[in-house]
Each structure stands twice: as C-alpha cells, then as structure tokens.
Design a protein around this ligand. Structure first.
Ligand SMILES: [Zn+2]
Length: 135
C-alpha cells in the first residue's frame, strides 16, 4: 500500500515547517540586502550572504500558473485527483509552488486571488501550505 509522501525537514527549512504548523507562512529575508526568497536556502540568492531572517508573509497572492494532475505518480494521491498544482505569486513578490484546494476548483485561472491554508497530514508535526481561491 502506497503512502502519501511528506516533506523531509532539514535544518535549513525547519523554521518554515514550524511556522506552517503554527499557521504562519514564513519566507526568508536577507539581512544584508533585504531580498526575500523561497524556497529556504543556506545563502541569499542575490548577494550570497548567510545572514538570513524569517519574515511572515501575508499569505495572499495570485495564481501565476497551474496545471492539473489527473494521474498522480504516487497512487496514494489517486483519490485526491484531479490535483491542481500551481505556482502562486505572493503579494510579497515571490513565487511558491503549492496546490490549490477547495470545492470551486473549476474557477481556478491565471491571476485568480488566493489565500494560504494549512493542510493536516499523517504526521502531526507537518502541515502543508496550500492555497484556496479568495472569492
Ligand atoms: Zn542578500
């Protein structure tokens, strides 16, 4: 029986997952140049500084692009198909890969406003940031 895959948390992204558990969408901000970045990394992608802080994103943005997964590679996700996989541009200006969830998925389109939600998983220590249509 296949199991749903979960993120493998490491020391670099641990604060991101801790934030998600608390209902916060955290992104890295460089202390040296101010750039925001996702996904979590060891250094700033703009200036290579290792001085990175965490900032709480508002959790709102818009659909940048999306696609439908009708046949998940992992059969454990079969019952959730079709899955709407999306790149969301947060209002802070960075792109995060995630899923759009909700009952009105047919309304998903490029530019649609979305807001973050946090989805429970089989591991009580991991909640996944997903997005719902905002209206
Ligand atoms: Zn920087």
């Amino acid at each position: 029986m296949a199991e749903k895959s979960l993120p493998k948390i490491n020391k670099i992204d641990r604060p991101f997952w801790k934030g998600a558990l608390e209902g916060k969408l955290l992104i890295q901000r460089c202390r040296a140049c101010g750039k925001l970045q996702f996904f979590p990394r060891v250094v700033c992608t703009a200036c290579f500084s290792r001085e990175l802080d965490w900032a709480q994103a508002k959790g709102e943005g818009e659909v940048h692009s999306f696609s439908w997964v009708f046949v998940p590679r992992n059969p454990a996700f079969k019952e959730e198909a079709p899955i709407c996989y999306a790149n969301v541009v947060l209002d802070e200006g960075i792109i995060i890969e995630s899923r759009i969830v909700g009952t009105n998925l047919r309304a998903v389109k490029t530019g649609a406003r979305v807001r973050v939600a946090f989805q429970e998983t089989a591991d009580p220590q991991i909640r996944l940031p997903v997005f719902e249509l905002a209206n």
